[in-house]
Design a protein around this ligand. Structure first.
Ligand code: PLP
Length: 338
């Protein structure tokens, strides 16, 4: 129920393929604010030779997201951390830097810094352009991408490098706007993230920005010629979700709404509609019930995928924010390299 599922599942199968030749077990460690963990859990579920440990902040993920993280069991283990997403991230980073732990265990990450998650996402763009062309629409295609770590947008840049006619890109963000600011001013100023309704995009130092810079040879003007950045407030996001729902019955998640707003603003420059616009939808609205009015919340149809999860019970281990506690638990519950 999120675009990350596609990349995570591809990555899990690639890893399993290369693990076949080895006898050691691979440990995936991942910190999540909600969506990444669900995609990784479902993508790696029952993949042989791989154990997954997901760290999520207690009380800060939605009920559907929590069920995706904690309901599967088997090779998917959830740690409910008594702290923030940043605490989860810090524990994972400390583990990757811990020489003793890395000597004893074969560790890997599963976030969008991993190229195996970006390559499959490039196919979203190919698929969208192909659908338009099949409908006889030959106009240049503008894509608006709701962005946090900019993995999805970088996948669009990769698609373009592969020769897909991806036209202009719109980098749509919430108030965590370091990339729109860079596109306007040519200066990159990473900073602490601020909390918003579109919380999967609350990123203050996007991990794929380095890749974007590389693709444009660090030329800010060249990047700005290909990508336009816009930022939107929570109030604008809420209004967009409600307006589109009232007009058409189509309900967007708050992240998707940011992309919808960005596309609208960009297309305003082309009243004659000389270009075709696509905004990327990134998650199912049922994951974010708390952002909608009571009336809209009642109307969200439960997707079939949820039925498989609903009978399951939450299995999670409560964890403090201290690295020593995490390491104790991990070494007591994981098999070492052979
Ligand atoms: C991760 C995520 C995003 C942001 O994607 P990036 O590739 O990090 O830019 C947007 N919306 C949702 C729902 C997400 O889970």
């Amino acid at each position: 129920m999120a675009f990350k599922d596609f990349g995570a599942r591809f990555m899990s199968r690639v890893m399993a393929y290369y693990l076949q030749q080895q006898s050691r077990e691979l440990h995936i460690l991942v910190a999540t604010s909600g969506d990444t963990g669900g995609a990784v859990a479902l993508g790696f579920y029952q993949v042989p030779g791989i154990q997954v440990t997901i760290l999520y902040p207690s009380g800060k993920v939605s009920p559907v997201q929590e069920l995706q993280l904690t309901g599967l069991g088997k090779n998917i283990r959830a740690l409910e951390v008594e702290g923030s997403f940043d605490d989860c991230q810090r524990l994972v980073k400390e583990a990757f830097l811990d020489e003793d732990l890395n000597r004893r265990y074969f560790l890997s990450s599963a976030n969008s810094i991993n190229i195996a998650r970006l390559i499959p996402q490039a196919f979203y763009y190919i698929h969208a352009v192909a659908q338009l062309r099949r409908q006889g629409d030959d106009r240049p295609v503008v894509f608006s991408v709701p962005s946090g770590n900019f993995g999805n947008l970088t996948a669009g840049l990769i698609a373009r490098r592969m020769g897909v006619p991806v036209g202009h890109l719109v980098a749509s963000t919430n108030i965590n706007d370091v990339v729109p600011e860079y596109l306007e001013q040519g200066v990159f100023r990473p900073r602490a993230s601020r909390q918003t309704l579109s919380n999967a995009m609350d990123v203050g130092n996007p991990s794929n920005f380095a890749r974007m810079l590389d693709l444009f040879h660090s030329d800010a003007r060249a990047m700005a010629a290909a990508i336009t950045g816009y930022r939107f407030s929570d109030a604008q996001t809420l209004a967009a979700m409600e307006d589109l729902y009232d007009e058409t019955g189509y309900l967007m998640c708050p992240h998707t709404a940011v992309a919808y707003l960005g596309l609208g603003r960009y297309l305003d420059q082309f009243p004659a509609r000389a270009v075709s616009g696509v905004f990327l939808a990134t998650a199912h609205p049922c994951k974010f019930p708390e952002v909608y009015s009571e009336e809209i919340r009642q109307s969200i149809a439960k997707p079939g995928q949820l039925q498989g999860l609903e009978g399951r019970s939450k299995q999670a281990t409560i964890m403090s924010t201290r690295y020593a506690d995490f390491k104790d638990w991990f070494t007591g519950h994981s098999s070492e390299r052979s």
